[in-house]
Design a binder for this molecule. Sequence first.
Ligand SMILES: [Zn+2]
Ligand SMILES: [Zn+2]
Length: 89
Amino acid sequence: MEKVKEIEKEKEKVCKKCNKSYTSSSNTSSSCRFHPSFFVCRRHDDQKRYYELGPDDPPYAAKFYDCCGAEDPEAPGCTSNFHVSYDDD
Ligand SMILES: [Zn+2]
Ligand SMILES: [Zn+2]
């Protein structure tokens, strides 16, 4: 039987937002999850969210994504969109 090589036909690209590899055909508006802002280390000054420090944490221990307040650097992105490769612009 003939081998189907359809998978190989599609070149994998690397997304510059999330650094994941993807193929054009699997790229949808919800494929890429990322944080539009940076992981920062400072006090929350946004009154809408309150960063709860642990009892032993110094006040400057706050670390979070500026966009959504996620405190885990590995937290899944709060925004989703199409992947964007370096070749796309
Ligand atoms: Zn975020
Ligand atoms: Zn992506």
